[in-house]
Design a protein around this ligand. Structure first.
Ligand SMILES: [Fe+2]
Length: 322
């Protein structure tokens, strides 16, 4: 197997996480968490965050694991943020006080959160839980924290600089020429959007809900959920369930003998195993994906994929929009 292919395989157990990825990383409820950057740097504020594959894909992929009752504080994004739950139950809440609404997501569920709104999440199961996160564009920009969270983080000794780096005052002083990010003012908060729980639920697609699946009538093998953008499989196009224009397509392929025959597209493509075991063939080289493993097929390569375990398997597929 060539180094090129191996460098694009992200075995989950071999990834190196950041344990203080963001300014709120020392606060109760946020301190017992790991942040992984798999495709692109993501929005991590840790300048030492390890990135598995820096090549531009048109989107970023990361993962978050957290201990019970831990997760992210309230923050807003300027590009898409789409969550794919791999294990446990996660509570998402939003609004500047975190009280405008909430949804609970379980294993296999997907949610696409709009830009320009404050959202936070916590693991509400009784053991460590994992999810993957897709962010829009090659550069997903920086995140904006609520003023309350930024002040609490500052009180814990953690400062977010205007260049998006972190300063831990227990270990260092503010470097010369760097400036601390000021909390947003009341009037600046008015430009953020508001959503009810019913409105956000429309952007949540449940794994266990059979009505979300389309069957591509190809040997009765493939059940597909298409979340975002048009998905093409064996010459058939499937419409998305979520109307967000994220700049990338996201689909799930599920079945005991699920597969896609050989095809070639110009863009690179990201495969992420939720369950089962998958074989991805890419220009005559093969990789095996176990649960939580990921692989990026290089641009213009010829690919085929198949589910090879005895049980059913599910695979997320992410492609840059045309
Ligand atoms: Fe986020």
């Amino acid at each position: 197997m060539s180094n090129n292919i191996l460098s694009r395989l992200a075995k989950f157990n071999e990834l190196i996480p950041s344990t203080v990825p963001f300014v709120e990383g020392k606060l109760k409820g946020h301190q017992d968490r790991k942040n992984y950057s798999i495709i692109g740097p993501g929005v991590s504020e840790d300048s030492k965050q390890n990135v598995k594959l820096a090549e531009s894909h048109g989107f970023n992929i990361g993962a978050v694991s957290a201990a019970p009752m831990n997760g992210s504080g309230l923050h807003s994004h300027t590009t898409a943020e789409v969550f794919m739950i791999h294990s446990g139950s996660w509570r998402f809440y939003w609004g500047v006080n975190g009280e405008e609404g909430e949804v609970i997501l379980n294993t296999g569920d997907v949610a696409s959160f709009p830009t320009n709104m404050f959202r936070g999440f916590q693991n509400v199961s009784d053991e460590e839980a994992l999810m993957f996160v897709a962010l829009g564009e090659d550069d997903p920009g920086v995140i904006t924290w609520t003023p309350k969270l930024l002040k609490e983080a500052n009180d814990s000794g953690m400062l977010l600089m205007e260049d998006s780096s972190l300063v831990d005052l227990t270990k260092q002083n503010i470097p010369e020429g760097k400036f601390v990010t000021k909390p947003l003012e009341e009037k600046e908060l008015q430009s953020f959007d508001h959503y009810t729980s019913d409105e956000i639920e429309k952007f949540v697609i449940r794994y266990e809900d059979n009505k979300n699946y389309v069957h591509d009538e190809h040997n009765n093998s493939n059940s597909i959920i298409n979340y975002l953008d048009s998905f093409e499989i064996h010459g058939k196009k499937i419409d998305p369930q979520i109307p967000h224009n994220t700049g990338f397509g996201l689909s799930l392929l599920k079945g005991s003998s699920a597969h896609i025959h050989s095809y070639s597209i110009d863009s690179s493509e990201f495969y992420n195993c939720l369950n089962g075991q998958w074989e991805v063939t890419c220009d005559d080289e093969k990789v095996i994906l176990d649960p939580h493993d990921s692989f990026s097929a290089p641009k213009k390569s010829t690919r085929s994929i198949k589910q090879i375990s005895n049980d059913k398997g599910s695979l997320f597929i992410i492609r840059k929009s045309k």
